[in-house]
Design a protein around this ligand. Structure first.
Ligand SMILES: [Zn+2]
Ligand SMILES: [Zn+2]
Length: 158
């Protein structure tokens, strides 16, 4: 293998993925967002417990570590993080938006019983759906939402 090719390869391996996992600082700085202590705090709250909290829940958790943070600030921080593609906003009919820091390809499973939201890895169904788009449409983002019972609730029903 010529030396030039080896170089290219190692460079590819060592550049951290733009939206990959890693330390908290990496995706924040890579996104180009200026991260204030408040934004960092909100992002850390989302990363520390991945249960898809609502903005109010994020606020309560952030407040315990940063008492001066306001709900309005939390809303602004979440908005910034969503626009920077660091966090996903998960919407479910008639309930408050929830927030998810998992930017890997996944779908959300909403339990109708306990209202928890679970990450389901993979894109088995979504690729097929994208293939069925009418001509001329260019897909950039697809979110599939699944509804039903989580394993715990399903077991209780039996
Ligand atoms: Zn459940
Ligand atoms: Zn999620």
């Amino acid at each position: 293998m010529p030396p030039a090719m080896t170089k290219v390869k190692s460079r590819t391996v060592f550049v951290p993925p733009r939206r990959g996992r890693g330390t908290v600082d990496d995706p924040l700085s890579a996104s180009g967002v200026r991260f204030t202590p408040q934004r960092r705090q909100v992002y850390e709250v989302l990363l520390s417990k991945r249960d898809h909290p609502t903005a109010e829940e994020v606020y309560l958790r952030a407040k315990s570590r940063m008492p001066e943070i306001s709900l309005a600030t939390v809303y602004n921080c979440l908005d910034t993080l969503v626009r920077a593609s660091l966090v996903k906003q998960v919407n479910l009919n008639r309930t408050a938006a929830r927030f998810c820091p998992n930017m890997n390809h996944h779908s959300h499973f909403h339990c109708d019983q306990c209202a928890e939201v679970f990450d389901i890895d993979g894109d088995a169904g979504t690729r097929r759906t994208a293939g069925r788009l009418p001509r001329g449409f260019k897909l950039r983002h697809l979110e599939m939402s699944l509804h039903g019972l989580c394993p715990t609730c399903a077991a209780k029903r039996q």
